[in-house]
Design a binder for this molecule. Structure first.
Ligand code: SF4
Length: 261
């Protein structure tokens, strides 16, 4: 399978096991320095948000600098040409915060997703109404997707057993999580509207690394417990000009949503 435009979590056998193992080990290591998951995440979240002053900030806050160096040492193999991508951005793309995500931001975002899952998993699992938003680029475009407009977002009609949306939706259904294909652009409006109907809802996102982080921050800002799984690579038309097949880890998804015994 082709690499993603800026990151690829899978090896040449299509396995992302090593990525997940390494990001967990890094999170454990950083929690030895800052033992509170929320404090650690706020620290890296602030650093990743102030893109322009990141390096300066890293020098001033020594722990952030160390975290960034360790992330760089361990996770660099999963970044695929971020700097080259940034050099090709058009003026319009440079206004798009997803497209202009920097190398350091990718590294912090990968850790942020892991920490957010640890922080929110229990509240998400306890939420009486849970939904999943699955990136539309996971649909199998080879045969023509037969998804239908649902009450909230599009819904899979299971026309293709090899399609990752089908496989993810089946798994989510088994754990009483309502799966939808994410097609609307205004997620803030969507979540606010849903939160009125379901004041104790939980959200699971499956999206590329920068989109997932933005979605997680948005949900948390609205008080919604959120967890998520990154796509194995960013290969949609937004990044590549054409939509190439992409995947995510069904094993990690099940680990995330399976109630602990
Ligand atoms: S299985 Fe679902 S998401 Fe995949 S192509 Fe068919 S309808 Fe679309």
């Amino acid at each position: 399978m082709n690499p993603g435009r800026t990151y690829t979590l899978t090896d040449n056998k299509g396995e992302s096991t090593l990525y997940y193992q390494l990001v967990r080990e890094l999170a454990d290591r950083f929690l030895d320095i800052i033992p509170d998951e929320v404090v650690l995440r706020e620290s890296i979240r602030n650093a990743s948000t102030w893109k322009g002053v990141l390096r300066r900030l890293s020098r001033r806050e020594r722990h952030v600098g160390k975290i960034l160096r360790d992330l760089d040492n361990v996770l660099t193999p999963f970044l695929t040409g971020v700097n080259e991508h940034l050099l090709t951005l058009s003026l319009t793309d440079r206004l798009d915060r997803t497209m202009r995500t920097s190398r350091d931001q990718y590294l912090f975002y990968m850790l942020e997703i892991e920490l957010t899952n640890r922080i929110n998993r229990d509240s998400f699992l306890k939420a009486p109404w849970r939904m999943a938003l699955i990136a539309h680029c996971l649909r199998d475009f080879r045969k023509g997707c037969q998804s239908k407009r649902g009450e909230i977002e599009d819904q899979c009609t299971h026309c293709d057993l090899d399609c990752y949306v089908h496989m993810g939706s089946e798994l989510l259904d088994r754990y009483q999580i309502n799966p939808f294909i994410s097609v609307s652009m205004d997620h803030q409006r969507l979540f606010k509207h849903l939160n009125n109907d379901h004041p104790e809802m939980g959200v699971l996102g499956i999206a590329c690394v920068p989109e997932l982080v933005m979605g997680m921050r948005l949900c948390e800002g609205l008080g919604i417990p959120v967890v998520g799984i990154p796509l194995d690579a960013n290969r949609c038309s937004r990044w590549l000009g054409e939509c190439l097949e992409t995947t995510f880890s069904l094993k990690e998804l099940e680990e995330l949503v399976k109630p602990s015994v």
